[in-house]
Write a protein that binds this ligand. Sequence first.
Ligand code: FPP
Length: 268
Amino acid sequence: MQEPDAIAAPGSGERQLLDRIDPERLPRHVAFIMDGNGRWAEARNMRRVEGHRAGIKTVRQTVETCARLGLEAVTLYAFSTENWKRPRHEVLTLMGLLKDYISTDLETFRTHDLRLQPIGRVAGLDATVRRALRWAVEATADNRGMVVQVALNYSGRQELTDLVREVAEAAAGGRLEPSSIDESWISAHLATAGTPDPDLMIRTSGEQRISNFLLWQLAYAEIYFCPVLWPDFSTAHLLEALLEFQLRERRFGGLPSLAGGEDTDGVA
Ligand code: FPP
């Protein structure tokens, strides 16, 4: 974690939150469902795409704060396989914003040593988007700081379906021994291989669903639903989510820890 002054100004509300966070118990990986851009715009009589444009500012600020906090990874759900059902203009705008983000923010990726890793069926994206992604992935490949996974044309069920198909083909071709498949093998063969599973998943806008996001990887994640719309999600909201994360006791299916020799209900 960088110096607190680099994350929140002394005396600010953010700084008060930051000072309550234990830097030793931060999540390694936070995943975000960036929901509510459309509603944010509609509430201001603006076109939905303006909500996405405003959402990019939140992406920038969130990625930078997470990098300064020293997290290992963030995942941003930028475009689901279901999002193709949206009006063509909205889809094209989202793809344009993604390309803009990649080119404009490459400097931030350099400054913070961030590595870009797209996940999802990237092959199904427009050639210009694929080119921009390939370029940014190559440009950041040697960076060793936080991994920024961007889920694009992504669906958790599709990710698992693709893997099952690959496994079946490899087994049928005699290239894979079914008994060699265990949970770590599966984790190592998903697009997220090498990145720790999210410890915390934050969804904005008050919706309380996982929406086909990282179905395998979120198995033990703490889920935090934040009522504000994504363009309004601030550093203070992020820090509040991290504080809440630190109040929860993660048991991974085990028993609550014993406090003072007595059983607790598992919630600090
Ligand atoms: C959900 O809001 C948001 C999306 C479908 C797209 C999120 C994309 C961005 C913030 C910009 C591109 C991302 C990156 C990483 C550069 P919604 O439109 O479903 O909102 P609503 O539920 O209010 O309609």
